[in-house]
Every structure is written in structure tokens, then in C-alpha cells.
Design a protein around this ligand. Sequence first.
Ligand code: DGL
Length: 269
Amino acid sequence: MQNQIQTYPNYPIGFFDSGLGGLTVLAEIYHLLPNEHLIYLADSKNAPYGEKSKKEIIALSIKNTEKLLALNCKIIVVACNTATTNAIQLLREKFNVPFIGIEPAIKPAALKSVTKKIGVLATKGTLSSDLFAKTTENYRPTHTIVEVEGNGLVELVEQGKINKTEDLLRQYLKPMLKQNVDNIVLGCTHYPMLIPIIKKLIPPNITIIDAGEAVAKQTKNILTQQQLLATQIHTEKHQFFTNGNNKEVLEVFLKKLLITDCSVQQLDF
Ligand code: DGL
């Protein structure tokens, strides 16, 4: 049975990710919906989710959702492909609030692809999920989908060591380039932080696809449909919580993403 949860338009939008990657999704919503008050949980203590079992990912997703609901969030953005593909169905069954998820943008990549060959860089947890299998099923007869696990990338991003990802990326992009893909889907919210490096490693005719902007539009649509769009500009600062030792890295990323007007705290949750 679901608990009844009261939500109001001027309550905050809640986000969670295994760490700092979901900031790339939050940034899209921050710029699209400037009236909204945003609360972000970086579960960095438990990153990476991509190496965990479905059961563990579900338990962590429930814990994060409960924390965001305790902070009065009106809608939850699961700003993590791994948590979305493994846990969103259960979250929707368990909690009576709207959830927005993010998953690898296979459809737009497949539709755009001229070579009918697309690459997907994502975590092991995402690539092995039932939802990913279902999403890709329709395109397998007509397209070659080159799936590569981005092992080790999340850890480097969490430490703010973006420049140290180049060797791993070169290795992960190699099979995609070999197969002549013309679209590469970034299936993990940490990876858009690596776009400048990825661009150096691939020919300019390859399109990089990330679902962040589509998620922001979907969030706006759902808030509009449910009459939950903020009716006044937020008065409180946006709040960012991390349970890892990476408060400074979080602050650097917020600056890079042009997110101001915020408070950052280390908190155990
Ligand atoms: N940012 C995540 C995702 O989108 C999580 C990666 C991880 O923790 O392994 O998949």
C-alpha cells in the first residue's frame, strides 16, 4: 500500500544520484525552470552503483527517496541511469509521488544514425538491466549496438580527476570507432562531464547523445500536467548534500555548470 503524500507547487524538486553525475541533469532543469527550488543528494559514499546488484541498487534508491520526501520534495528526479533502469518501477509502486528517470537515449540515436551503428557507453548495472534489454530490443534487428562498460570512469569523476579519464576513454571508444558508429549514447549521468575529452578522441562527424535535456523537458511536462509548477520564484537557496568526502569537488562542478545561489553540505544519509 502506498502512503498518501501531500505535495504543493512551491515544494522543491528532489534529485538523487550515486554521486555527482546527476548534477548534469540538475543543471538542465535549473536553467529550464528557474523558479523551482532544487534539492540534490549525492550518495557518493555508495558510488559506484554500476557495480552493485539490482537488490542493492533498489535499497539505496529507496533510502534516497525517503530522505528527499522527508525534505518535502514534490517530485523525484532519479538522476542516474543505473538507478532508473534497475529501480524506478519499484519506486513508482512504493511511493505516491511522480518520478522522472533517465535511461540511455537509444531511440534518438537509432533514428539519427545513417550507418545504423550506434555506440552506448554505460555502467555494467545499466547494460545488464531488463529495462535496457527492452529498450534496445526494437532496434537490434536493424542496428548494430556497440555496448561498452565505462568501468572506472565514475570513480575518477567523483574525485574530480576528469583529465585522468583520457586513457580509459580511448580504450572504451576504440570498439565503437572500429565498428564505424555515427552516434554515441552517454548512458551514465557522470559522462557528460567528460564530453570535452571524448570530443578530442572521436571524429567530428560522430554525434554524442545525452538525455539530460529531454529529462528536463519531461520534468516540466509532468509538473505542468500535475499542476505542480512553482507559482513563485524560490526564496530558499538550492541545497546540495553529499555523504562522501567530496564537498569541494561538488562545489567546483556547480561553478562549472553555472549553478549559483546554493548551499553545499556534507551529511550522512
Ligand atoms: N551516474 C550514474 C548513472 O547514470 C551512476 C554510475 C555509478 O554509480 O556507477 O548510471
